[in-house]
Design a protein around this ligand. Sequence first.
Ligand code: FMN
Length: 201
Amino acid sequence: MVMTVLGLAGSPRRGGNTETLLDWCLAGARAQGATVVKFSLCSLDLGGCQACDRCWTDGRCIVQDDMQMLYPHLRTADSIVLAAPIFFQGMPAVPKMMVDRCQCFWALKYVLHQSLVEPGRPERLGAFLSCSATKATHAFDGSLAILRSLWHVLEVTPAGELLSAGVDGKGEIAKQPGAQVAAEAIGRRLAQEREVERKDT
Ligand SMILES: Cc1cc2nc3c(=O)[nH]c(=O)nc-3n(C[C@H](O)[C@H](O)[C@H](O)COP(=O)(O)O)c2cc1C
């Protein structure tokens, strides 16, 4: 079975440190035989959640923008990898907007009690790749908390984190020892075939 890995670049700086990590990771996934789908979130037309609660009635978001194109990928990918730098102790606004727009998935699951993913499908895996200018590793805490919440809603098992502290100028990630090898290894892991989950009825 060919695994599908969804890669989401969350920095407005194209070709920057986190997108480089993402490209290394996706190269690892491709080398393992996966089909890779990549989007640069800041190049899409994305708006924030309107908190209108319309999704509480049918699990769908009424905001008509590029999230409508992303939703099926978020629901069906075998693995998801989000790459986003640290901006003011958290993730930048655009990837956070994407996370907030997953509120319709939350409503589907917890208000309407419907399944987000096909029952019995193989376990979905997720990974987070990030860079911060500061060497203080607590810089990642805010984003990691958001990611835990996102993976839970998406029914994704966290399967890799690459947090590169002390990386600031564009291209500096290439000088971080071991970063490329670690990102590729995460990609290979995301692309590995998984057993179909057994659900006791
Ligand atoms: C608006 C903005 C806010 C930032 N805030 C932080 C921060 O709070 N802590 C930190 O360590 N680095 C911060 N940075 C630095 C970035 O995390 C760092 O440059 C990172 O390597 C950028 O990754 P990218 O090339 O993928 O965009 C900030 C950068 C910008 C542009």
